[in-house]
Design a protein around this ligand. Sequence first.
Ligand SMILES: *[C@@H]1O[C@H](CO)[C@@H](O)[C@H](O)[C@H]1NC(C)=O
Length: 217
Amino acid sequence: MKIRGFVYCSVLASFFLLGFLQGSVHGRPLLTSLPAARPRRGDAAPFARWLVSQSSWGVLNTISSEWGGAPFGNVVSFSDGLPEKGKGVPYFYLTELDPTASNALKDNRSSFTISEYNLGTCGKADPENPTCSKITLVGKLKQIDGSSDEAEVARTALFTKHPEMKTWPKSHKFQVFKLEIENIFMINWYGGPKPITVDQYLQAKMKILTFIADTTA
Ligand SMILES: *[C@@H]1O[C@H](CO)[C@@H](O)[C@H](O)[C@H]1NC(C)=O
């Protein structure tokens, strides 16, 4: 039973991988990027950038204007750039019909939390186990001028990661927001949070595994 399940999974996995690598349709060579390998846990800044860029959602926390200043966490989608081109700054697509955006416009203090558990790379570890990494970026949540170049870049990044966003109702007036990071709290092993400055985080380079799948043969 177990073995059959395993074989079935492996077959599924190989189909998936084959489909992934042979994504080119008409025999054109295709540059396919595999999911980036997780940096060493000691490389704190690249590790943090990896966790952020590989993730697609997290919990965005604002100060509730409605509930007397209580911290208010909300599940949101985000992107920090095009695939493998993320710059570490999370962009969001928010509507004021939702408390998160309206809170931020009244009081921009905010934080954004992501768990590695979502990536499926924590093995059997519990989400609160320090070996299952987590990061909270603390800063100010800011609305971007919708007609700016930055908003254009952010929308492309967001819509690439979350194609459904393009179809969200115009009447809800979704706007691009970003978190201007001021402090970083990350745990990716035992021994407490890893000290990372914002500069170290923003300037960290990640090694990206790219793979040329040439299906012309
Ligand atoms: C956040 O709000 C404060 C107070 O209104 C303002 O001075 C500051 O410029 C804002 N920061 C950002 C990044 O928008």
